[in-house]
Design a protein around this ligand. Structure first.
Ligand SMILES: Cc1ncc(COP(=O)(O)O)c(C=O)c1O
Length: 452
């Protein structure tokens, strides 16, 4: 979807936590970093300030990556990435990522800082914007990482009901109306939602955005699956969205008129999770604090990881190169999605049809959300041991519920097409269908013999 037109509105004032308001900025950096910048700009300055080893101490000078297609990236000079630098990342990478964001999400009053992936950026965002005792609103089924970060830090996760189109606006409004009126955070996984695979329409997101404005809510848009958008009908790579904003899902960032969106992107799903690299797009007042929090914890994302990302972006170079790389990945995900969807539907039909389970084809991400029929088992956890015993691993839906709802029955199973081979997906689908059929036939629920 093309970025929405922005109306001029007064900026939303983010309220920061005690930590956010009391960050300790390094007095050494305060001297060292500007002096370094002036020296880089050509001024005659003797750098006797910070304990930065001279670049001649670094054993490595440049980094190039050997790619799977047999080619090698252009070498990236390592002097800057391997040196101490700002918590927002090296300028060459930060500005490239910012250009991608502006192209995809439109212009807005926000900037970009590099992060150590969505997980670390999420934790830092929660620490900057919430205190112990605060509520964080989340989708009814959500990534357990948010529970792991909030609950042990004495924040409460409040689940908001979802339907097939994402979070239900009326439920969001009712939940907010019942909570104390203060700044709250709504955490949403914006495209190819984990675990449901759902990508809300632009209209649904606009409704959610309007409610968040009405109730002074910050939208924490965690979107690692954004670039894994893929059409349901396609013939070739050329039909994939690439980085074309007209074909990618609408983002909350693109709708933000007053600076209430903090958006998290990640290289994990489009390059590799082990790179531990992501980027945060947010109002400058937020990024400034995020940068200091990086500097007081990880300093900045690994210079080697930043250099590797830069090598890839410089090799993909222009928009067309980045688009082409994305289209290749999107096409492979679409192909795998279709293999698993067809295999599961086929196996279910053979084993007992829609009476066993149903599923929708997702338009983004890496997950299928299978609804197991209540006649098989009202709670999919009951199937877990049998599934494993029969050689298929998938995650019971209850794992994605908030702690207060984990006692409720949950009929879903989450499956992924990201990691198995086609043959493994097909075998998994028939094992799954046979397990459901066997379980539904066996009223005592005590035995399961066949290993299909
Ligand atoms: C919703 C969501 N957020 C964040 C992450 C982790 O992202 P990263 O590897 O960038 O930390 C995942 C990955 O599984 C995820 O599903």
């Amino acid at each position: 979807m093309p970025p929405a037109k922005k109306a001029k509105t007064a900026a939303f004032e983010l309220e920061f936590s005690y930590l956010g308001n009391n960050l300790y900025r390094s007095p050494i950096r305060a001297v060292m970093m500007p002096a370094r910048e002036r020296k880089d700009a050509g001024e005659d300055i003797s750098l006797l300030a910070g304990g930065c080893p001279h670049e001649s101490f670094f054993p490595a000078k440049a980094l190039a990556l050997e790619l799977r297609d047999g080619t090698t990236t252009a070498p990236v000079d390592l002097d800057k990435p391997l040196q101490y630098h700002k918590g927002s990342g090296v300028e060459a990478l930060r500005s490239r990522l910012e250009a991608i964001q502006r192209r995809v999400h439109g212009r807005g009053a926000w900037g970009v800082a590099c992060s150590v992936g969505c997980t670390d950026a999420l934790l830092k965002t929660l620490e900057l914007l919430t205190e112990a005792g605060d509520e964080v609103l989340v989708e009814e089924y959500t990534w357990p990482g948010i529970v792991a970060q909030t609950v042990p830090r004495r924040r409460t996760t409040v689940a908001v009901a979802m339907d097939a189109g994402g979070v239900v606006p009326a439920a969001l409004e009712a939940t907010l109306a019942a909570l104390p009126r203060k700044q709250r955070v709504f955490y949403t996984i914006s495209s190819g939602q984990n675990p449901t695979g759902c990508t809300p329409t632009e209209e649904r997101k606009q409704e959610v955005y309007a409610i968040c404005r009405k109730y002074d809510v910050v939208i924490l848009e965690d979107d690692p699956y954004y670039f894994l958008a893929m059409p349901l009908d396609y013939e070739s790579e050329a039909d994939m969205p690439g980085a074309d904003p007209a074909k990618l899902p609408a983002s909350y960032l693109s709708m933000d008129v007053d600076g209430r969106v903090v958006r998290l992107d990640s290289a994990a799903k489009i390059v590799a999770p082990g790179l531990r690299l992501g980027w945060v797009s947010a109002p400058m007042a937020f990024l400034d604090k995020f940068t200091v929090l990086n500097e007081t914890s990880v300093q900045f994302p690994s210079g080697a990881a930043q250099a590797a990302m830069l090598a890839l972006l410089e090799t993909w170079r222009d928009d067309a190169g980045f688009d082409a790389a994305l289209r290749k990945t999107q096409h492979e995900y679409a192909r795998r999605r279709d293999v698993l969807v067809a295999a599961v539907r086929g196996a279910l039909a053979e084993a007992g049809g829609a009476t066993l389970a149903t599923l929708e084809t997702p338009a983004a991400g890496m997950f299928l959300w299978l609804r197991v029929s209540p006649s098989v088992a009202p709670d999919s956890r009951a199937l877990q041991d049998k599934l494993i015993k029969n050689g298929v691993a998938c995650i019971p839906g209850a794992c994605f519920a908030t702690p207060d709802k984990q006692g409720d029955d949950c009929p879903f199973l989450r499956l992924t097409y990201a990691s198995a081979t086609d043959a493994e997906m097909r075998a998994g689908a028939s094992r799954l269908a046979a397990t459901l059929a066997d379980y539904s036939r066996n009223p005592s629920r005590k035995y399961l013999t066949a290993d299909p």
